[in-house]
Ligand binder design. Sequence first.
Ligand SMILES: [Zn+2]
Length: 104
Amino acid sequence: MEAILGWLFILGLLCGIVASLIGHKKDRSILGFILGFLFGPFGILIILVIRGSRRNCPYCKELMQYTATVCPHCQKESSSPAPAKWQNPRAAEKMMKADLRKFK
Ligand SMILES: [Zn+2]
């Protein structure tokens, strides 16, 4: 029994690390680790579909902050400013929590 728990713990740690690496690209590394540790492979799937606080540049397709108006990679001004809901960090957090609830 203890051996099974030990393996589950190691599996949780591994999934947590993988999920935190994926979440890091979306500024969600801690959330990724928690999801991966608690839900294992399902946590990795959840962090894959969660939208981070970044979007793709319409010109070079590199990731940039949702609120940024000038791309840090190609220096072009983004023609599509961030949606109003992303301007407010609290609203963005609420949206993220709503995203999480879909998986429960
Ligand atoms: Zn760009």
